[in-house]
Design a binder for this molecule. Structure first.
Ligand code: HEC
Length: 228
């Protein structure tokens, strides 16, 4: 997720939208001789991120600035390679992820309705625009970006596996709850160097245990639309 290439790809998407919309992307190259009109989307993204001041002064919501956001932690560094990790790296990443995990006090399911909202919401720590106001609205999990939960909902991503009928297929026992909590908190415990973000145990805590309990209910509660 935070690999340099992935960040660049995301920025390429952002930059091409901004270009077609005629926005101020060119500000990024003030004082530079680079001709951004000759660049591919990837080159432009690399240029904006690494060679210009376009993000340098931007404060990040979690504190610090863009450079802090771009600085990889130990796990991200271990996962910065092309393709899948080799066996040794995978083992190290799993061990790192397990060492940082702490089980919550209880694994009760929350409210699947709140979980549905959180899974759908990409509100939170977005960059390249004004800060998201957490006093008005909690950050979400943005899960729909990568997963199908409910076939009735349009616009769900396919980077991750479909989670349709997740609880109906697996039941709602203690072991399943523990596994789902572990995956959402830090999926590298099972999928080393996965693209799925660490929602609780990453560089920043994106979701609280309470929010995760609502999302777990959305996946596992027999009443949830995911299972009907
Ligand atoms: C950037 C994409 C991405 C986002 C965002 C994402 N996931 Fe995932 N998720 C994946 C991928 C990819 C996998 C499969 C693991 C792998 O092979 O890397 C996965 C696996 C899972 C699994 C395990 C599936 C199984 O078969 O047991 C669960 C559960 C899950 N995700 C839930 C969530 C939830 C809940 C959210 C939001 C809080 C979320 N994911 C956000 C990409 C994502």
């Amino acid at each position: 997720m935070f690999k340099k290439n992935a960040v660049a790809a995301g920025m390429a998407a952002f930059a091409s939208v901004a270009l077609t919309a005629g926005c101020a992307v060119a500000d990024g190259s003030k004082g530079s001789d680079a001709d951004i009109s000759e660049m591919s989307a990837d080159e432009l993204a690399e240029h904006l991120i690494f060679e210009t001041d376009s993000f340098r002064d931007q404060e990040m919501q979690e504190g610090g600035d863009w450079a802090d956001r771009m600085t990889q932690d130990e796990l991200q560094q271990a996962c910065s390679m092309k393709g899948d990790p080799d066996g040794e790296t995978a083992g190290e990443v799993v061990a790192m992820a397990r060492a940082s995990y702490e089980a919550p006090e209880n694994l009760e399911l929350g409210d699947w309705r709140k979980g549905a909202e959180l899974a759908d919401s990409g509100y939170g720590y977005r960059m390249g625009h004004k800060n998201d106001d957490h006093s008005q609205r909690d950050p979400g999990g943005n899960c729909y970006n990568c997963h199908v939960f409910d076939p009735e909902v349009s616009e769900q991503g396919t980077i991750g596996p479909s989670l349709e009928n997740y609880g109906a297929n697996r039941g709602d026992g203690e072991a399943v709850r523990r596994y789902v909590h572990e995956v959402i908190s830090n999926p590298h415990q099972y999928f080393p160097c996965t693209q799925m973000p660490r929602f609780r145990d990453g560089k920043e805590q994106l979701l609280t245990d309470e929010q995760i309990s609502h999302i777990m209910a959305y996946l596992l509660d027999p009443e949830s639309p995911v299972n009907n």
